[in-house]
Design a binder for this molecule. Sequence first.
Ligand code: NYM
Length: 208
Amino acid sequence: MSLRYNCLFLVDSVAALGGTPICMDDVCIFCTEDFFCYTDRATKIGQLISSYLEKKSNLEDHTVHLLFSANRWEMVPLMKQKLEQGISLVVDRYAFSGVAFTSAKPGFSLEWCMNPDMGLPKPDLVIFLQLNPSMAANRGEYGIERYETSAFQRTVQQRFEELMQDSSVNWKVIDAARTIEEVHNDIKLLSEDIISLAENQPVGELWR
Ligand code: NYM
């Protein structure tokens, strides 16, 4: 893979980030950097997923998992183009959410869930915003979409913890139960460090 002059890092969490009090607009310090959000509901694949999440349609569990992955792969050319231009990318959710959520369903192994995302651009840093499911339930608009039940989110949390055992990924856990300013500060410090470290390093491939 080619060299680049930037960094790819992402913020992942069990709970939706869109609600108060933590919102990506509040915690994201990189207004000049590019921001990708998965699920990207603007594409045709994203619209199929969105309709499923909003319970307007049903999809078979393997099928929806592959659609989530396809929704990431369809953006890879654009992500790579930007990375090669020296732009750091901030990503809200990525393959880790894909694996954690599907493997929380009965009959899905972590390994099966990881396969379709193998080879995606590898993040230099993964920030996990830790929030317990009962606090998450108090966040804005929680409970409307599919997966937004405390029992399911607890299993998702366990799957994230299993994924965090993988030392080949640069995981950092941030306590998201604190104020926006505190969370913002932690993310800022971690991000500044990784941006200088990742400079001139080749983009890695996830789970390879
Ligand atoms: N989700 C998200 C998945 O199940 N698989 C994935 O690959 C991704 C990216 O979609 N409950 C789930 C997690 C969320 C839901 O995401 C919508 P958000 O960020 O809450 O809008």
